[in-house]
Design a protein around this ligand. Structure first.
Ligand SMILES: *Cc1c(COP(=O)(O)O)cnc(C)c1O
Length: 392
């Protein structure tokens, strides 16, 4: 492959020999279309007419007063589908169509990426197979029903721990065997090259819009930009536009789960070490023998033991500061944004909201603290209510 997708020492393409030509074909298509005016026109038209871009920015009146800085949200929760994932699946479905592929596959843990992929399958009228651990199918019934309503076939994975890690392995296996007709829609900026670069490309619209919106409304850039980090796609999506603005501080927020000390967390960058996972070299959670450990978080979307390689490089260079927030603090932030501002966040970006109190202590009233609200919280209501019952 032309470019091995390295971010410093991280990234790369550590997959079976059989998958190398398959990934090379995706890379070639991506390099061909990423500057193609017709492709980009079609992508941005769908983002606008189907998905509802541009999403607005919203200044929070109550929290800005209380915290002593100007808190502004980038409203990916208002995107069709309820989260930023829509940007990525539209981009990849278009690419698959250009490549002449007649079937899309994806893996899903909690089901959100599966639902997003099934949604574009319906839009593009392409058959979809979603690989999902049988344990996750039991835990995530409503998302399975949504995928099936869109017309996707949900394939239970019975191997290993019957959850996300095994679903990814199974999807890779299926792809290897059916690559001439099938495109694999990867869900975040992790995995083998070219996915980290390709998913970032389709998500960078978030930061490009937000940067222009801040300049237009406030005549200046934010002091700090903050986003939650699971695999890292919504964070890279908003950070990319600000990487060269050396005065803009960037903060990524990982899940500290039940607390770092309990070992039940998902803070790959804050607590992990560089290692190999799903075809890429990056920070990940592993035991002393290098075995990948399970991640834990109240939010299904942050429950991943690895993280995209670009984040690993941004951590080492200190361009982005990574911190971790517990389940308990995320739930508190969820309730705070709901009660004080009338916005119900998804549990994932509730982690970013939980970090703003601490960040605000070094900011002045006129300083802008821009937070990426990556998704809305309707999907999490049952979960929150049972969490509150169990923690009374
Ligand atoms: C999936 C998801 C995430 C986590 O994925 P990233 O790739 O880290 O962005 C965050 N927020 C929401 C709302 C999600 O659905």
């Amino acid at each position: 492959m032309k470019n091995l997708g390295k971010f410093g020492m991280y990234g790369g393409c550590y997959v079976s020999e059989l998958l190398i030509p398959v990934l090379s074909e995706v890379e070639a298509a991506f390099l061909q279309y990423k500057d193609d005016p017709e492709f980009l026109e079609e992508f941005h038209t769908l983002l606008k007419d189907f998905a509802g871009r541009p999403t607005p920015i919203t200044e929070l009146p109550t929290l800005s007063k209380e915290l002593g800085c100007t808190v502004v949200l980038k409203r990916e929760d208002l995107l069709h589908g309820g989260a930023h994932k829509t940007n990525n699946v539209i981009g990849q479905a278009l690419l698959a169509q250009r490549m002449g592929k007649t079937e899309l596959i994806a893996e899903t843990g909690a089901g959100q990426h599966g639902v997003a992929t099934a949604m574009v399958g319906a839009l593009f009228n392409i058959p979809i197979k979603i690989f999902m651990g049988s344990k996750d199918i039991e835990r995530q019934r409503p998302n399975v029903q949504r995928m099936e309503l869109f017309g996707a076939e949900v394939i239970p994975v019975e191997s290993g721990s019957k959850s996300l890690k095994d679903a990814i392995n199974e999807a890779m296996r299926y792809w290897t065997a059916h690559s001439s007709s099938t495109y694999y829609v990867f869900g975040t900026v992790a995995g083998p090259h070219p996915f980290p670069e390709l998913v970032a490309f389709f998500q960078k619209v978030i930061g490009e819009e937000a940067r222009a919106q801040c300049l237009e409304r406030y005549g200046k850039l934010p002091h700090t930009v903050c986003a939650c980090v699971g695999g890292g796609s919504n964070a890279i999506g908003i950070f990319r536009a600000f990487l060269d603005d050396k005065n803009v501080k960037l903060v990524g927020v990982e899940p500290a789960g039940e607390g770092i000390a309990t070992g039940k967390h998902g803070a790959a960058l804050c607590e992990g070490r560089p290692g190999s996972l799903h075809g890429s070299y990056s920070y990940c959670l592993q035991d002393s023998d290098g075995q990948i450990q399970e991640a834990h978080s109240i939010s299904a979307g942050l429950d991943y033991p690895g993280v995209g390689p670009e984040h690993s490089a941004l951590k080492d260079s200190s361009r982005v500061q990574y911190i971790a927030v517990t389940d308990k603090d995320a739930v508190e932030a969820f309730l705070m944004l709901t009660k004080k501002e009338g916005i119900i966040p998804a549990l994932e970006p509730a982690h970013a909201i939980a970090a703003i109190k601490q960040i605000a202590t070094s900011l002045k009233q006129e300083d802008i603290l821009l937070v990426n609200l990556s998704g809305r919280g309707d999907k999490d209501l049952d979960h929150i209510i049972s969490y509150l019952k169990n923690h009374e």
